[in-house]
Write a protein that binds this ligand. Sequence first.
Ligand code: GDG
Length: 503
Amino acid sequence: MPDTPARYGFVVVSNRLPVDRVVADDGSASWQHSPGGLVTALEPVMKANDGAWVGWAGQPDLEFEPFEADGIEIVPVPLSADEVQRYYEGFSNDTLWPLYHDVIAAPTYHRVWWESYVQVNQRFADRAAEITEEGGTIWVQDYQLQLVPKMLREARPDVTIGFFNHIPFPPLGIFSQLPWRQQIVEGLLGADVIGFQRADDASNFSRAVRHLLGYSTTRPYIEVPVDDESAPVSRRGTKVRRVLAKHFPISIDAASYEELAARPDVQARAREIREGLGNPKTIMLGVDRLDYTKGIRHRMKAFGELLADGRLSVEDATLVQVASPSRERVETYKQLRDEIELTVGRVNGDYGTMSHTAISYHHHGYPREEMVALYLAADIMLVTALRDGMNLVAKEYVAVRRDNDGVLVLSEFAGAADELKSALLINPHDIGGLKNTIMRAVEMPKRDRTTRMRALRRRVLENDVAKWSASFLQALENVRPGQQITPAPAPASASDATGGDAS
Ligand code: GDG
């Protein structure tokens, strides 16, 4: 490592880098573009801003020098096998993930996991602090790194710090379970701007701050007491730093999805997919990481019952389910995979014929072209998440439908439901309601499909990921240290409460 590291004005910090270190069977290693919501969303932003990205390369016990990939400076942070198990698979994926998703699965609390979380967060913070130039900006991503903002503020008070939470922030009644709830809230408050997916997430966080720390909040601001003579005085007469906590709903690089959808080879592939499935009247599609938050079982149950009831037949309707492998070493995920695959086997065994499969199930990751071809081939997109920060798949489906056709069935528990109101919104726990909505989608006249899809497309194409990042960075610029306590904001109004420019 060079003695004086290069410094960057704009640094993104996330658990995973936008590239993966992949080792082939013959032992040769290479860097590959890695899929996933966060990467999909941030890559265009990084390219446009010529910044550096601090993160883990995805393999334990390996150290790498910084390097450039695809126009982005990559700054790897090493994790030991033990840290991967405690900080990542443990505290991040088996404590915080279920806790923040309505405890759909029971969170596990282990003090050694927490200790590892603190240590690893410190390492990320140190690395980011080291490579950020004087007065620069650091944007920390997601729930794995909630302590980093406070650590950064302590090390680099000159830097502007943003944090974006990609997953929901839970209601106080659930968050309070966490033995380290106070440290987490304090960690986040190190940021100047804390972004959430939904307005409800931001208010859950503000409520946690009021309740756990007793700080006052005037939506969308939180007043953090500081020991700084030059800081402005709050209404209570104390010196404060004002933190903006607001929703900035994330989106996709919509134009690149449209471009893929316009390619003749992708369209030909979509036709081929339909033919391969026996040209059924209706193709339904689910695309998810294999995760218990995504409601894959609920979707399959509804589809299986529709076949059992005779409201759908296997000749007329097929459900294609892409379940990309995820967190395979965490026990809950192993169990979920078994349950889902058992369900697929049962439904196919009961209703499949020699020529028609009821559920075409794929436990793979696919290239993006193939995903777009699948979206184009699907008459109905089923997003039945039990809880989801946003759900980019819903937006991708809409973006590729240049034909203004296709029906989006969308869970009201996905952040996307706040924006995509022209979808058919469902409660995935209500299997009867879900079945009826699926039938409504199957039977929906072309004119209605077009009207709905047009409205959805307008929303997604206008609010793309570039707009998302621009509005977050604008908010950060408005609250730079030294000037962050600008004149008091306009009194909380309806537009403040709904996020104004970001929504
Ligand atoms: C988290 C939050 C939030 C999936 N399989 C393949 C593949 N994907 C891509 C999809 C989509 C992305 O991964 C998944 O994004 P989601 O938003 O649906 O869900 P999470 O992974 O849980 O993401 C979520 C997101 O962060 C962003 O803030 O929306 O709520 O949970 O882009 O297309 N891509 C390819 N092959 C696959 O097999 N190429």
